[in-house]
Design a protein around this ligand. Structure first.
Ligand code: NAP
Length: 307
């Protein structure tokens, strides 16, 4: 599909794209770089890139697809650095979890003779670094493309075809709308998980060992989300501030309603609320975005070996 694909950043997402693109034979050459010498050395050891190079500029030379797989807050600087070295007609994309600021940062720095098409694969785990990626990460997950209004349709379709070949379903929407949707489906849940885990950590009447011992009561699922990469999530909340604050306002209102129902012993309100949310969960399972089995049921999860 492409002659030379350059991946800048080789963590969970960059490493998974490289592995999946290699498995599907989507590029003659996959060139990878990472910020630190340690990560670059590890990528070379793991062997999921055809070539590991030391600089972002070297990575993008002659590449017909360039994907920035770095934290959202780093996209502007990387775009500025690679701009003079890009091949005319190249597609330049990213994988950031926030799209409004990334689109602005990329457009501000990239030349007009490349196709700037931001993207967000809605797939992930709490792990990071070169070892964490795996080729199946994107299978049956969504990848959202947020092209600028004047994007070239053929280039958008080519990038969509690349993501479909990695196993993803592709949808296109405006960057601002993406940020609103993801604020409720991803960013707020992470904020709640980060909060609840630190609240449990600071409790006085319950010991730490009790929290850990009885974590299967629900707490454990929050700890998985709260283990997500601090740099990535700091950048998400700094760059999607308005949408997150809007969703947080809605959430606080709903939390107040439930708090009032508990205080008043209003079982009917609680029952109705929990019935509605159970239906939402069943909808997610029936859409294939989760299995009904516990522990997230993902093939890569650390499940006990059966043999
Ligand atoms: P990751 O595993 O931590 O990998 C990040 C990569 O970016 C590493 O290669 C790192 O290099 C490099 N990097 C970090 N800071 C940098 C900087 N300031 N300048 C240049 N390179 C830098 O992260 P990830 O989970 O793959 O996330 C990458 C992007 O994917 C983020 O924008 C995130 O929003 C998005 N995303 C993540 C998920 C998820 O679940 N994790 C899901 C969808 C999208 P070193 O290893 O040398 O530090």
């Amino acid at each position: 599909m492409f002659e030379r694909v350059a991946l800048i950043g080789a963590g969970l997402i960059g490493g998974s794209i490289a592995r999946a693109a290699k498995a599907q034979n989507l590029a003659d050459k996959i060139v990878v770089t990472a910020r630190s010498p340690a990560s670059r050395a590890r990528v070379a050891e793991l062997g999921f890139a055809d070539e590991v190079v030391e600089s972002n500029a070297d990575a993008v030379k002659n590449a017909d697809l360039v994907i920035l797989c770095v934290p959202v807050g780093a996209c502007g600087d990387v775009a500025r650095e690679i701009a003079p070295h890009l091949k005319e007609g190249a597609i330049v994309s990213d994988v950031g979890s926030v799209k409004g600021t990334v689109l602005r940062d990329l457009i501000a720095h990239l030349p007009a003779n490349v196709h700037t098409i931001p993207a967000h694969p809605v797939a992930g785990t709490e792990n990071s670094g070169p070892d964490s990626g795996f080729a199946e990460l994107f299978i049956n997950r969504w990848c959202i493309l947020t092209p600028p209004a004047d994007a070239d349709a053929a280039a958008v379709e080519k990038l969509a075809a690349f993501w479909r070949a990695l196993g993803a379903n592709v949808e296109t929407m405006g960057a601002e709308h993406h940020d609103l949707v993801l604020a409720i489906t991803s960013h707020l849940p992470h904020l709640i998980a980060y909060t609840i885990v630190s609240t449990a950590d600071e409790l006085e009447g319950v010991t730490q060992s009790e929290v850990l011992k009885f974590s299967a009561g629900g707490f454990r699922d929050f700890t998985r989300i709260a283990a997500s990469d601090p740099t990535m999530w700091r950048d998400v909340f700094l760059t999607n501030k308005d949408a997150v604050l809007e969703m947080l306002g809605e959430f606080q209102e709903d939390l107040s309603k439930l708090t009032r129902a508990i205080r008043r012993g209003d079982g009917e309100t609680l029952f109705d609320h929990f019935s509605r949310t159970r239906d939402i969960r069943r909808g997610i399972v029936s859409l294939g975005q989760e299995t009904a089995s516990p522990d997230f049921g993902r093939p890569h999860a650390n499940l006990p070996k059966t043999s």
